[in-house]
Write a protein that binds this ligand. Structure first.
Ligand code: PHE
Length: 336
């Protein structure tokens, strides 16, 4: 499924998420919600592209042998849209997968490996943006961006988490990690990382919680348990509902909206590959995520609302100024 949420700022760009879903309805809903948050993400980053997302809903018994063929079929679908939608990696897909999709979907595929002519994985620049966001959050909470001795709990050591963890460690943070994949858990254990069981994530005391797994982790139940001062992480759609932003505010937990802080990968790979940015330009754009976080946190503090509302306001202002077409939802599906 390809969901295009808005082409107001340009063609609809968004990653391809590939995983099993409990139902096709759940997959469709995820695609639509993820596409919508790409709109806010690019607008908040002042990035001139529209917003979309693709979901490849795998059957429960998927054994991955048909991966190449499936990705190539998907590439054909992407190509048929002739640029209405451009893709990149997301949960369950990698730069290597983008190479495969590119064999049938080029030139509408970003984030391929350098060998295939792309700019490589979007995970490291995403992690870098999250890192700057965490520093800005620390500055807001503690008066200085210094992470030395601060306890940061990273939920999910996937593509982004795996890159964020050593960055935080190098900055002197005490890093705790929660992960569900047994092979990754083993690797983390061998590296001496302190692990938190998945069911204890919400209740574990920490300074900053960094959700880097799937969405919906900030909900009525988890928010009641949280023992952190602030939240900043890479996962898309962390809030289960919009009311959860208010629940966090009421508990005095400073939430950095996911779409503000997790844009680093998408803007880097699309910026470098499609807009002719140099690496230095891309890095400056990613660093600017920290400034946007500061701006959003200050705005929320000034008007007493939630950080989510402040960030949406900022994004909506940028969208309103854009000359492009009116936002309109389009969903395309290739069937089974
Ligand atoms: N997974 C990226 C995100 O959610 C999506 C993306 C990556 C889009 C690379 C385009 C290019 O931001």
């Amino acid at each position: 499924m390809i969901a295009v949420h808005s082409t107001r700022l340009g063609p609809g760009a968004g990653g391809t998420r590939m995983r099993p879903y409990p139902s096709l309805t759940a997959a469709l809903q995820d695609a639509c919600q993820l596409a919508r948050s790409m709109t806010y993400k690019f607008a908040a980053a002042d990035f001139p592209l529209g917003d979309a997302k693709a979901v490849i809903a795998l059957p429960a018994a998927w054994d991955d042998r048909g991966r190449t063929e499936l990705l190539q079929r998907f590439g054909t679908l992407v190509r048929q849209l002739r640029g209405l939608y451009v893709t990149g990696p997301d949960v369950g897909t990698s730069a290597t997968d983008m190479d495969v999709i590119g064999t049938t979907g080029a030139p509408y595929v970003f984030g391929r490996t350098a060998e295939a002519g792309g700019s490589g994985s979007s995970a490291p620049p995403t992690a870098l943006g999250v890192y700057y966001g965490i520093e800005a959050l620390a500055a807001h909470l503690f008066g200085a961006p210094d992470l030395r001795g601060r306890r940061v709990l990273v939920q999910g050591a996937g593509g982004v988490g795996q890159d964020l963890i050593p960055r935080l460690q190098r900055a002197g943070a005490e890093v705790l990690v929660s992960e569900i994949d047994p092979t990754v858990v083993q690797r983390l254990q061998d590296a001496g990382v302190v692990l938190v069981p998945p069911d204890q994530v919400s209740a574990t005391p920490c300074d900053i919680f960094a959700p880097c797994a799937l969405g919906g982790v900030l909900n009525r139940e988890s928010i009641a348990q949280l023992r952190c001062r602030g939240i900043a992480g890479a996962a898309n759609n962390q809030l289960a509902t919009t009311e959860d932003a208010e629940r966090l505010r009421a508990r005095g937990i400073v939430y950095v909206p996911d779409f503000v802080v997790n844009s680093g990968g998408a803007i880097t790979v699309v910026g470098v590959e499609a807009l002719g940015w140099s690496l230095a330009q891309a890095e400056a754009k990613v660093r600017a995520i920290g400034d946007t976080v500061r701006q959003v946190l200050q705005r929320a503090e000034a008007d007493g609302g939630t950080t989510e509302a402040a960030a949406r306001q900022l994004a909506e202002q940028r969208l309103a100024q854009a000359p492009g077409s009116v936002a309109h939802p389009v969903v395309v599906s290739a069937g089974r």
